[in-house]
Every structure is written in structure tokens, then in C-alpha cells.
Design a protein around this ligand. Structure first.
Ligand SMILES: Cc1cc2nc3c(=O)[nH]c(=O)nc-3n(C[C@H](O)[C@H](O)[C@H](O)COP(=O)(O)O)c2cc1C
Length: 126
């Protein structure tokens, strides 16, 4: 599914259009089999994909609780979120917010890991 996204930026450039940006925030619960090394691997891969597709954001993992904010072109973020929703490494994925934004709050980051409290503060104040 993500493979289908690869041609999107080229399509937009050809059409002379820009995709509207959105911010999507969700929480979920990691399955017990997911270890710290798995999370580090996940964040590294996510950072690579996100940077290549104009997505920025943050991920917090506190025990088995996850909170992630994704920002970027609507079509790309929505497709990525569908993939994340079906990821078997976590469950009970609940979207908290999905709204249009004018400017990313995390411009220089593809995906970084932050403390849960910093994410909550960002979500509430920006
Ligand atoms: C908590 C969590 C957060 C994730 N965040 C991202 C992300 O920001 N970017 C990303 O490319 N994959 C992320 N993933 C991985 C995706 O769910 C999925 O494995 C990845 O998009 C590859 O999908 P594919 O195998 O269908 O190509 C995350 C997975 C989990 C469990």
C-alpha cells in the first residue's frame, strides 16, 4: 500500500498542485511481544519513510502506551495511518485528532521519539 504512495509527489508536481497538510494524532497500545529494540528499529524505518514522503511528526512510547502525531500531505498521511492501523505490533488504535494545518510544527524531523508529556503539550498548545 505504501508502495502506491511513491508516485504521489511526482503526480502533484506534474499537475502543479500542492496537497493540503493535515495533522493526525492517535493513541494505541503495544502488544507485549514488542521489545525496546523493535521500537528503535520501527522509529528508524519510520523516519526514513516519513522524510522521503514529506511527513513529519513525533512518537512517544511510555510502557505499552503509544501516542503519535503525523503531519504532512493529507493523502500520504491518511494512507500511512491506514497501514499503521493494521500493524499487528499494536492494537486499540484510536484517532484523537485529524485537522488541516498551515505549517508543520516539526519541520526538521522525519520521525523522532519524544517524551509523552512533550507530545501532549504540543497537541494542546499548537
Ligand atoms: C506505533 C507505530 C507507529 C508507526 N509509525 C510509522 C511511521 O511514522 N512511518 C512509517 O513509515 N511507518 C510507521 N509504522 C510502521 C507501519 O505500520 C508499517 O509497518 C509501514 O508503513 C510498512 O508498511 P507496509 O509493510 O504495508 O509497506 C508504525 C508502526 C507502529 C506500530
Amino acid at each position: 500500500m505504501i508502495r502506491n504512495l511513491r508516485s504521489l509527489p511526482n503526480w502533484c508536481a506534474a499537475k502543479g498542485t500542492t496537497l493540503p497538510d493535515i495533522r493526525l494524532t492517535y493513541v494505541s497500545t503495544l502488544r507485549p511481544v514488542v521489545a525496546e529494540t523493535d521500537i528503535r528499529d520501527l522509529v528508524a524505518k519510520a523516519a526514513e519513510f516519513n522524510s522521503a514522503h514529506g511527513i513529519t511528526g513525533v512518537l512517544a512510547v511510555d510502557g505499552n502506551r503509544v501516542c503519535q502525531i503525523l503531519e504532512g500531505p493529507e493523502t500520504v498521511v491518511s494512507a500511512l495511518f491506514k497501514s499503521i492501523q493494521h500493524d499487528q505490533r499494536h492494537h486499540t488504535v484510536v484517532m484523537l485528532e485529524r485537522r488541516g494545518i498551515e505549517k508543520s510544527g516539526f519541520e526538521s524531523w522525519g520521525m523522532v521519539r519524544q517524551k509523552m508529556i512533550d507530545i501532549v503539550q504540543h497537541a494542546l498548545t499548537s
